[in-house]
Ligand binder design. Structure first.
Ligand code: G1P
Length: 295
């Protein structure tokens, strides 16, 4: 029987250069989307799957992530004394989870970041969430992946079909459909050219990994961009064991890209009960004025 997935690893050591200067002194993971940092959406997604331990791989200038999920005595006292109970509950919720932080030290790639979690994960299966892939909170993804992991007792990756001109930004797989939206993977390649990609199915930032990936990562040599690539390690793994992909048909926003970030902001603002009416009116009028100017 498959062991329970109760730990999640969040690589968060990246420099966030695409968002400079905003990310010069603050982590890109803390960029807000409406009223929460991008990172919090990923944490809430994992918590909704009954994951109890959160392991964050951090680097320089990432202290704000630790502070965000810490107990904030002064703030809580202030909210209590001013009767702001709703937000007080939300703030308290943030410090309820069990977090461990590991410094990656050198930016040697996603595979190396995952390897840093080995002492905390040990011999259990675990989820990996790349927080700049924002999954719409109403669309199940991680939950379905855990269900697939429990069925096959094997590694599961999230996949999404992407347009040709975006293929070079992703790990891309070849595979055969073995169940509804479930693919048995036969090959994968990190950031190929569109002309040599084995399909249009890209790996997106959610993984359920088994602990045998660690031994492989230890022996994985730097690949694309001179970094230790998780994709290369998983490619080695699939020669020994089955690896599955789950084709996600829901909504994902690329929070690592400025336009993707703006889309996530608009979409999540439109879902926010206290903002949506006013924001929708604004969007209607804004679109109307853009159209008017264009005609
Ligand atoms: C990483 C992975 C890549 C995956 C992508 C998903 O790349 O290396 O295989 O497709 O995340 O977001 P990165 O975006 O960190 O360059």
């Amino acid at each position: 029987m498959a062991k329970k997935v109760s730990k999640a690893v969040f690589p968060a050591a990246g420099l966030g250069t695409r968002f400079l200067p905003a990310t010069k002194a603050s982590p890109k993971e803390m960029l807000p989307i409406v009223d929460k940092p991008m990172f919090q959406y990923a944490v809430e997604e994992a918590a909704a799957c009954n994951i109890k331990e959160f392991i964050v791989i951090t680097g320089k200038s990432k202290r704000a992530i630790e502070d965000h999920f810490d107990y904030a005595w002064e703030l809580e006292e202030n909210l209590k004394s001013t009767g702001k109970n709703k937000i007080l509950d939300e703030i308290r919720e943030l410090s309820q989870h069990q977090f461990a932080y590991i410094r990656q030290g050198a930016p040697l790639g996603l595979g190396h970041a995952i390897l840093c979690s080995k002492p905390f994960v040990k011999d259990e299966p675990f989820a990996v969430l790349l927080s700049d892939d924002i999954i719409d909170p109403d669309d199940r993804l991680l939950k379905d992946m855990i269900r697939i992991y429990n069925k096959y007792n094997a590694t599961v990756l999230a996949l999404q079909q992407v347009p040709k001109d975006e293929i070079h930004r992703y790990g891309v797989i070849a595979g055969k459909e073995v169940g509804k939206n479930i693919f048995k993977i036969s090959d994968m390649i990190e950031k190929p050219k569109a002309s040599s990609a084995p399909s249009d199915m890209a790996i997106i930032g959610r993984y359920i990994l088994t602990p045998d990936i660690y031994n492989i990562l230890e022996k994985t040599r730097p690949g694309k961009g001179g970094e230790i690539q998780l994709t290369d390690a998983m490619k080695t793994l699939l020669k020994r064991k089955p690896v599955y992909g789950y084709l996600f048909k829901g909504r994902r926003y690329d929070g690592g890209d400025k336009v993707g970030y703006l889309k996530a902001t608009v979409e999540l603002a439109l879902k926010n009960p206290s903002l949506k009416a006013e924001f929708k009116d604004y969007l209607y009028s804004r679109v109307a004025s853009i159209k008017e100017k264009e005609n």
